[in-house]
Design a protein around this ligand. Structure first.
Ligand SMILES: [Cu+2]
Length: 134
């Protein structure tokens, strides 16, 4: 009998997720890093990053704190504006990992989870570097 409530909760949670996200992939969740701040927190889950549109004021080295809220393994892989991988970190289920990223130039740095087809399911995001004063 005790097992019924968690099951009910997960059914409700699944219903809410459907309501919020519909059939489309992850919604855009924007976050603007405050100038002078070098740390950025990101949550990974099935199958999205939150936030997934991150405005970074200026170039430099930033410390990402990435929490995997899911029970399965994800990763975060960051590419520079030319598409070269500049950081990649495995994210075990339920764990928080630190990832150092060096944004050397202004521009668009995409990030994604490269596990299976997670990117197609919505596990992608973007750092827009050099947004200060724009
Ligand atoms: Cu993933």
């Amino acid at each position: 009998m005790k097992q019924r409530s968690p099951l009910k909760l997960s059914v409700i949670a699944a219903g809410l997720t459907l309501l919020v996200f519909g059939c489309a992939s992850a919604q855009t969740v924007k976050y603007t890093v405050k100038p002078g701040t070098q740390s950025i927190s990101i949550a990974a889950s099935n199958f999205k990053f939150d936030p997934n549109l991150i405005e970074v004021p200026s170039t430099g080295v930033y410390q990402l704190t990435v929490t995997n809220k899911a029970g399965i393994t994800h990763n975060i892989t960051v590419k520079d504006p030319s598409g070269n991988v500049i950081a990649s970190q495995t994210l075990p289920g339920g764990k928080t990992e630190q990832v150092s990223v060096n944004f050397k130039t202004n521009g668009t740095y995409n990030f994604l989870c490269t596990v299976d087809s997670h990117a197609e399911l919505g596990m992608t995001g973007t750092f827009e570097v050099g947004t200060q004063g724009k």
